[in-house]
Design a binder for this molecule. Structure first.
Ligand SMILES: [Zn+2]
Length: 75
């Protein structure tokens, strides 16, 4: 069953994404088509927290390669 996750910045707690997760396991990739809400800022291919500038992940086109240590996930 798909679940809705709130992805937050691990440093400052800013809400970055609301995301529909399908399947089990860790969140390695954020598929753009499953992002409901996007509060991040982008510089070239780097995705950053809009508040503290923490590097969240790298834009790979159809998905974002998430840095696990940069986020916290709440269900
Ligand atoms: Zn932050």
């Amino acid at each position: 069953m798909p679940r809705i996750l709130k992805i937050k910045c691990a440093k400052c707690g800013t809400h970055l994404y609301t995301y529909i997760k399908v399947g089990e396991g860790r969140l390695w990739h954020c598929w753009k088509k499953r992002i409901i809400q996007d509060n991040t800022t982008k510089k070239e291919n780097e995705i950053k927290c809009p508040k503290c500038g923490n590097l969240i992940g790298i834009d790979k086109g159809p998905y974002i390669n998430i840095k696990q240590k940069s986020i916290t996930i709440t269900k």
